[in-house]
Design a protein around this ligand. Structure first.
Ligand SMILES: Nc1ncnc2c1ncn2[C@@H]1O[C@H](COP(=O)(O)OP(=O)(O)OP(=O)(O)O)[C@@H](O)[C@H]1O
Ligand SMILES: [Mg+2]
Length: 239
């Protein structure tokens, strides 16, 4: 059963939204989009069509050209509860000279802030260590990120997002650069997290069959139009 049937409020709501970096060059129009707690939604479409731009818009990092974007009922520019949106960017945004632990702690502290801004709480430490373990990075914990492989760095970004204990995870190509076994592990850990917390997972995935195997629902951004529409479909209907 979909959470929609329970009349739960959407975690993400878009209406009449046009996204892009300039008014003169809009990328995608989204007439209406609701994503609910517990849902896993995959965004697919060709390179350069605007997938990352859509995710960054939902993250509140860029303003839509027009329309309404609400996250947990708050309209952009919103201040969602600190840490409630975990973002795994396509370009990872890690502090490259700092250790794995330091990077993951940045996420953990955003999600589990205590009374002190200087000292992390025990809860944030535990959350960081747990996420590092789940991403199979315990042996690399004190390594500077710049000395890690591409796939290991991607897992650091995933651990950083999970350690925040977010209610929404925005994951932009988070499975790229991973071998099959590691991909399976990372995918399982993230999906387990989402199911356990009834969180929302919005992932960008250019591999349609992989997206289908993960998602409850697909958003397909069409190419070949100036402002391609997003079409919604269930994962089973695609191809
Ligand atoms: N900061 C920016 N300023 C202006 N234009 C940008 C910016 N970032 C991206 N673009 C442009 O917006 C368009 C969509 O980019 P976006 O990164 O959203 O595509 P994408 O669908 O995620 O592609 P890919 O699958 O290659 O990651 C591209 O034409 C890109 O050149
Ligand atoms: Mg992208």
């Amino acid at each position: 059963m979909h959470s929609k049937d329970l009349k739960v409020n959407p975690s993400v709501y878009l209406e009449g939204v046009r996204i892009g970096y300039s008014k003169n060059n809009p990328l995608v129009d989204i007439p209406r989009l609701e994503i609910f707690p517990g849902e896993i939604v995959a965004i697919t479409g060709p390179s350069g069509v605007g997938k990352t731009t859509l995710v960054r818009t939902i993250a509140g990092l860029i303003k839509p050209i027009s329309g309404i974007v609400r996250v947990f009922g708050s309209e952009l520019p919103f201040k969602p509860t600190r840490g409630s949106v975990g973002y795994i960017p396509q370009r990872l945004g890690l502090v490259r000279h700092a250790s794995v632990l330091h990077n993951v702690m940045l996420g953990a502290r955003a999600g589990h802030s205590g009374p002190s801004r200087i000292f992390p709480t025990q809860q944030s430490k535990n959350s960081a260590l747990d996420a590092i373990e789940r991403m199979d990075l315990s042996e690399k914990m004190y390594e500077p990120v710049r000395r890690l492989s591409g796939g290991q760095q991607r897992r650091v970004a995933t651990a950083r997002a999970i350690s925040q204990s977010p209610q929404i995870i925005l994951a932009d190509e988070f499975l790229s650069e991973l071998d099959d076994k590691t991909m399976e592990k990372v995918q399982t850990e993230v999906i387990d997290y989402v199911r356990r917390k009834s969180a929302t997972l919005i992932l960008v995935e250019h591999d349609v069959s992989r997206a289908k195997s993960i998602a409850d629902r697909m958003l397909v951004i069409d190419d070949g139009r100036v402002n391609p529409f997003i079409s919604q479909t269930t994962a089973l209907e695609v191809l």
